[in-house]
Design a protein around this ligand. Structure first.
Ligand SMILES: *Cc1c(COP(=O)(O)O)cnc(C)c1O
Length: 417
């Protein structure tokens, strides 16, 4: 792959930084983010799109991703915590923004002051109203009903009274019920029946709210898998996280098959390449020994960078070949067995060659799904856990030529890809 350094695409890195920062990076393709949002918006239409940018946009960087998503047609942003929402507001992002996971220590007053929409499952209502009084500004509230996931959201038993109470406060001018929402449990397994049950329960909850006089701007239920597989769950707004990042929520269906482009590439360079004899033990525990004379490549990424320690066998692509990691993954590094390159006898060393853990999967390159398989987890976790020690580098920040949203051909810009 072309190194981002070669295309001069670095964002906010000084020249001195840029010369060195490329040794390890998570390269985030904002053109891919925009493409994914546009294709999701087309599927969701006429429903609007909320780009879910919690957890630092699943590790991709909340602020740049939020901006890219908004520019490509998302009209809402979603996060878990009020603190995450406040960080977006502090960066100057003014789009409608919902936060849905709170504790008694959450800063509801700051949320009201910043015009952040607040998800409410029950107990939060008193806090929200107190914050509205304090700020002398009505809170914007989305009432959440638990239709079967068993996490937050009011149970159907308490829904009636929550809605009633909220409407009393709305009548007093202390809040506005902007939305009604719920979250699905098994939409990534489209053959399972529970999504139908949740949808039916959501309709019951909507009817109860309507009877109580609620007239929400947005009713929302769908996550990425439901957006892609269940148009009957779209309502007024879909909350899409994984798909924005170009990843597939479905086992056995790739990003490409869904028309999505993975936006994150985690890459580094081989930091040592050396010949070893047969039987050479590798990494703590010596759980791997070279079957014959061989050459080992050292990859300077480890579990402190978010590579799961359990994921021995995960692929690293060097010079067009995917090599499985051998031996234990350590805090800072891991090893691939390149086979006998005979570097000492004049064979070609891969010292300094680019090493890709995962990317967009083009040309048989490794993917986040490959690492998910190796770690016994899902692609959500693989991208989200890439740690802050790995610098994020942004490419294609400005729409390329031919991309919708481009006003006129730019001169001296990067070529369209
Ligand atoms: C994380 C989250 C989403 C996004 O889910 P994806 O499967 O990534 O699209 C939507 N809604 C809620 C409430 C969430 O917590």
């Amino acid at each position: 792959m072309t190194s981002p350094a070669a295309t001069g695409d670095f964002r906010s890195a000084s020249k001195a930084e840029a010369a060195f920062a490329d040794e390890r990076s998570a390269v985030i393709d904002l053109g891919a983010i925009r493409h994914n949002v546009r294709s999701i918006a087309a599927v969701a239409s006429p429903a609007q799109v909320m780009a879910v940018v919690k957890a630092d946009a699943y590790g991709h960087g909340a602020v740049p991703v939020a901006r890219a998503a908004l520019s490509a047609g998302a009209s809402w942003l979603g996060v878990a915590h009020i603190s995450e929402a406040l960080a977006l507001r502090a960066a100057g992002i003014e789009a409608p923004l919902l936060a849905w996971l709170h504790t008694s220590d959450s800063n509801f007053a700051a949320a009201v002051a910043a015009g952040i929409d607040i998800g409410c499952s029950g107990w939060e209502l008193q806090r929200i109203v107190a914050a509205a009084r304090e700020q002398e500004r009505p809170a914007r509230v989305h009432l959440k009903v638990d239709t079967g996931l068993g996490r937050n959201g009011a149970t159907l038993d308490t829904w009636d009274s929550l809605v009633g109470e909220a409407m009393e406060y709305q009548d007093q001018g202390l809040l506005r019920v902007v939305g009604i929402f719920s979250h699905l449990a098994v939409a990534d397994e489209p053959e399972r029946p529970e999504t139908d049950d949740q949808l039916a329960a959501f309709r019951v909850a909507l009817a109860i709210a309507q009877d109580a006089g609620v007239d929400p701007e947005v009713r929302h239920l769908a996550n990425t898998p439901a957006t892609l597989s269940r148009p009957d769950t779209h309502f007024d707004l879909v909350r899409v996280g994984l798909g924005v990042y170009g990843l597939s929520p479905f086992e056995g269906q790739s990003s490409g098959e869904l028309g999505l482009r993975p936006a994150m590439t985690v890459r580094t360079v081989v930091s040592q390449c050396k010949d070893v004899p047969a039987g050479q033990g590798v990494s703590y525990g010596l759980n791997y020994r070279t079957p014959g004379t061989s050459t080992l490549g050292l990859i300077p990424l480890g579990y402190a960078d978010g590579v799961p320690r359990i994921a021995t066998g995960g692929p690293v692509r060097v010079e067009g070949v995917n090599y499985p990691v051998v031996g234990r993954i350590a805090m800072d590094q891991m090893v691939i067995d390149l086979g006998p390159l005979n570097v000492s006898a004049g064979g070609r060393s891969v010292l300094g060659s680019e090493a890709v853990l995962f990317g967009n999967g083009a040309d048989g390159g490794p993917t986040a799904e490959d690492w998910a398989r190796a770690a016994g987890t899902n692609n959500y976790e693989i991208v989200t856990r890439i740690s802050p020690r790995v610098p994020r580098r942004y490419i294609n920040e400005v729409p390329g030529m031919g991309e919708p949203g481009t006003e006129e051909p730019r001169r001296g810009g990067e070529p369209a890809r």
